[in-house]
Each structure stands twice: as C-alpha cells, then as structure tokens.
Design a binder for this molecule. Sequence first.
Ligand SMILES: Cc1cc2nc3c(=O)[nH]c(=O)nc-3n(C[C@H](O)[C@H](O)[C@H](O)COP(=O)(O)O)c2cc1C
Length: 191
Amino acid sequence: MRIITLAGSPRFPSRSSALLEYARDRLSTQNVEVYHWHLHNFAPEDLIFARFDNPALKTFIDQLAEAQGVIVATPVYKASFAGALKTLLDLLPERALEKKVVLPLATGGSVAHLLAVDYALKPVLNALKAQEILHGVYADDSQVLDYQHKPVFSAGLQHRLDEALETFWQALHRHDASRLAVPWQKHSLPA
Ligand SMILES: Cc1cc2nc3c(=O)[nH]c(=O)nc-3n(C[C@H](O)[C@H](O)[C@H](O)COP(=O)(O)O)c2cc1C
C-alpha cells in the first residue's frame, strides 16, 4: 500500500505539516509506504508561472499515479486553503486523484473557518476526481502544542487524528479489496 503526503503550507516548520508528520509516523508502522512531498520540493517560479514541464512536477505526478491514497495538509489562509497549494494542484492532470482515497487535514487560527476544507479544498479534490474524500481533521492553533520539534497535540486533537487515520487505513484496504475482486464472481446471482 502506497500513499502520498502533501504539505501545503508555504512555511516550515508548520502546524499543518506537524499533523502530517504524525500521520506519516502512524501509517509507517502499519505497513504503508509513505512518500512525502511539500511545496518546497517545487521551485516557486515553476508554480507561479505554471510550468507544466518542470521535473519535480513530473516525478510527483508519477508517484501520485502509483499511490492508493493521499493525505493533504493545509493552513487556512484568508478563509480558504493556502494559495501556494492551489498553484500546485492547478498543475495536476485532470484525473490525478482518480481511484484514490484522500484525507484532508487543516489548521487555522480559530474555528471560525472550520468549513474552509468543505467549501474550498474539497471541490478541488473532487475536480481532480478523487474517489473518496474523507471527513478530515481541522485543528485550531491552540490544539497544536508543539510543531517546532516532535509534534505534540492536545489530547482531543490526537484522538481525532487517530480516528481519522484509522478510517483512512480502512478505506485504503476497502478500495484495494474491491479493486482486486472480480465483480461478476463476487456479486453474481444464482443460476
Ligand atoms: C496569511 C495568513 C492568513 C491567515 N488567514 C487565516 C484565516 O482566514 N482564518 C484562520 O482561522 N486562520 C488564518 N491564519 C492562521 C493560520 O491558518 C494558522 O496559524 C495555521 O495553523 C498556520 O498553519 P501552518 O503553520 O501550517 O502554516 C492565517 C495565517 C496567515 C499567515
């Protein structure tokens, strides 16, 4: 099982990236192969000038094609997801998330923009044809106790993350099982 984690904050270290780091650590112990990407892997001018032929983008798209799942993390900027992340998502092929389970993670200064993932990020993930977009986790900054070193979260946030990762893991296996099953054998009616 292979997944991509994508850190969508222009900053590093960052709170939303800390959520992702936690996810990576947890999933690595569950036999999941994790390929980590962040915006700093791409030259800013390649993203800003929409250079579809940049080499990092090609590698990213190739790895994405081989992955069964994606976890994307973003800060809330001006009531939406980070614009820098959008410059990368804009360069992906139309069906880049086809057949993939996607778990969105977001952090914001307050809970006021809790719905930014639903009304801003999820439509973009849908446009990229994600097969299943999970509910996701939103954390406000007060719940991220340390992100400069090893991530430390409030107990409530850690619990929500654990639950979301469990759901993600189960969804990955469910999709894998249905991909391998031969539908007409599985569901055929008796003669
Ligand atoms: C330019 C900018 C705009 C922001 N806009 C919002 C906002 O509209 N709503 C909100 O809740 N937090 C906002 N924040 C706070 C960040 O979302 C929050 O601190 C987040 O955890 C930062 O994540 P990061 O450390 O991964 O970049 C903003 C922060 C910055 C720097």
